[in-house]
Ligand binder design. Structure first.
Ligand SMILES: CC(C)(COP(=O)(O)OP(=O)(O)OC[C@H]1O[C@@H](n2cnc3c(N)ncnc32)[C@H](O)[C@@H]1OP(=O)(O)O)[C@@H](O)C(=O)NCCC(=O)NCCS
Length: 198
């Protein structure tokens, strides 16, 4: 079972130290810029293509769509413990905004703050990179995003800000957009770090 201790000192080392197989030079440039963090026995780190199969399985087990995961202009983070993938979250990047998607924690590890931790990791990164807003689409987990500081916004706004985002394209093709609920967070309102209460 993962232990998430927000009071633990964060240990950072270059992601290159992980020696993960890298299948794409462009993606290697992205991952090499990030650090891994060890929190108790759980590691949060930037994802790469070696994680694609496990992220896909995690999503499919929950009937979430994996199309577009790790496509260009996306950044993903994963949490793992002893080589077991516990969680993922992704950002699809527009010019000024990012679409948060594929937020998932494997069933036995839920309720320990891992979802919050990984979403915070992604939002910290987006804020630091100068993105102004983060959006997400959700039909079933709306109250979760509200607790993390998102607010309901029009789905059309997400379409305008992130028209090339893979998830927007997929949901458009599937005809899902009319029934989706959209959420927005101004990243100036996002407090970076690990210790935000639930
Ligand atoms: C949503 C999810 C990522 C949350 O991850 P987590 O690590 O379990 O969540 P945290 O530990 O950060 O937070 C736990 C709290 O969130 C609540 N929560 C969990 N899932 C929720 C949901 N779908 N809707 C509303 N609240 C939810 C829990 O009840 C808990 O509340 P409490 O603190 O009052 O007990 C995880 O439950 C999950 O993978 N769900 C299935 C996939 C999914 O629905 N993803 C979102 C797609 S938009």
């Amino acid at each position: 079972m993962a232990r998430l201790q927000t009071t633990d000192l964060l240990l950072s080392e270059p992601i290159s130290a992980l020696a993960l197989p890298v299948l794409n030079d462009a993606y290697h440039e992205q991952t090499s810029a990030f650090n891994i963090r060890s929190i108790g026995t759980m590691i949060c780190r930037k994802a790469n293509f070696a994680d694609l199969e496990r992220i896909t399985s995690l999503l499919q087990e929950e009937d979430l769509r994996p199309e577009g995961v790790l496509e260009p202009s996306t950044h993903y983070w994963v949490a793992e413990e002893a080589d077991k993938l516990l969680s993922s979250v992704g950002l699809e990047l527009g010019a000024k905004s990012a679409l948060l998607r594929s937020a998932i924690v494997e069933p036995q590890s839920r309720g320990q703050g891992i979802g919050r931790q990984l979403a915070t990791e992604a939002l910290d990164w987006a804020k630091k990179e100068g993105f102004r807003a983060a959006y997400c689409l959700s039909t079933h987990a709306g109250s979760y995003w509200l607790r993390l500081g998102f607010r309901v916004c029009p789905v059309d706004e997400v379409g305008a800000e992130l028209k090339d985002a893979p998830q927007m394209g997929l949901f458009h093709e599937l005809g899902w957009l009319p029934t989706e609920v959209a959420f927005k967070m101004h990243l100036s309102d996002h407090t970076a770090g690990l210790s935000q209460p639930n």
